[in-house]
Design a binder for this molecule. Structure first.
Ligand SMILES: *[C@@H]1O[C@H](CO)[C@@H](O)[C@H](O)[C@H]1NC(C)=O
Length: 251
């Protein structure tokens, strides 16, 4: 008996169950519209995460630099290092544009984050980075406790020794309050790429800000991931596009 005829005799609830099972085994059935997808990607939750804050020029770029690293769980662009309360983008007072990095210390260390910090900007440029001129773009390592500040001092000395002809301007200071920046500045690089946004299901703003996957893709969109990770993500996206499968769950 042909399949469709048999179906015609099945009780309706059974048919629904059958279709559901088919749906689970056949890609064609499980394609879901992006706006129905909740933030399913692996979010690390039940482990002690650590926080680090750095200032290294524009926070759009800084967030992208750190978001792509293995072990970094979450990134937030914001303001730190100054005294003005509730700074805003157009009036940030004496703060520096900064990035707060939440990381799993079992996967990446503060020392490794420092290496990325040094290699991702020009710590010898005075009063800005590249075309971004001003004190808000100054270079700072924020520390929390003596251990971190020791590591920061040692790494700055090493950086200075690498090239003696110019002075490393980076400041090292205890972290005060970190003020998260306005929504439009979060995951800024990713937001410039509607295709990638769609690929992860057009997450609502709040989820986008907290998503590890969005943090990674924010780095990818800016082409600031380590080469190996950039290529991994390229491959994964190409694969997805080839299959016509509209959901990226992980990178
Ligand atoms: C600073 O360090 C203390 C002690 O290790 C920790 O409890 C606290 O969460 C840290 N603060 C930040 C902002 O990382």
């Amino acid at each position: 008996m042909p399949f469709s005829e048999r179906n015609a005799h099945l009780p309706r609830p059974f048919l629904v169950v059958l279709l559901t099972i088919l749906g689970m085994t056949d890609n064609a059935f499980s394609i879901r519209m992006p706006d129905q997808i909740s933030n399913a990607p692996r979010e690390v939750s039940d482990q002690p995460l650590k926080m680090a804050v750095f200032a290294l020029g524009s926070f759009w770029r800084s967030e992208a630099v750190f978001g792509c690293l293995d072990g970094v769980v979450r990134t937030t662009a914001g303001y730190a290092g100054g005294s003005k309360t509730n700074p805003e983008y157009r009036s940030l007072g004496d703060h520096a544009e900064s990035v707060q990095v939440e990381y799993d210390p079992r996967l990446i260390s503060f020392r490794q984050l420092l290496e990325v910090f040094w290699s991702s900007h020009d710590s010898r440029q005075v009063f800005g980075q590249g075309p971004d001129v001003g004190s808000q773009y100054r270079s700072i390592i924020f520390t929390n406790g003596t251990e971190e500040s020791k590591l920061a001092v040692v790494s700055k000395e090493r950086e200075q020794l690498r090239l003696r002809s110019s002075v490393v301007t980076t400041q090292i200071q205890p972290l005060g309050i970190f003020y998260p920046a306005e929504s439009e500045h979060q995951k800024f690089e990713l937001k410039r790429n509607p295709f990638l946004l769609q690929l992860i299901g057009n997450l609502p703003q709040e989820e986008l800000e907290r998503s590890s996957l969005a943090a990674k893709l924010n780095g990818y969109a800016a082409e600031l991931c380590p080469l190996k990770i950039q290529k991994q993500i390229d491959a994964k996206i190409n694969d997805i596009v080839k299959k016509g499968w509209p959901v990226l769950r992980d990178v």
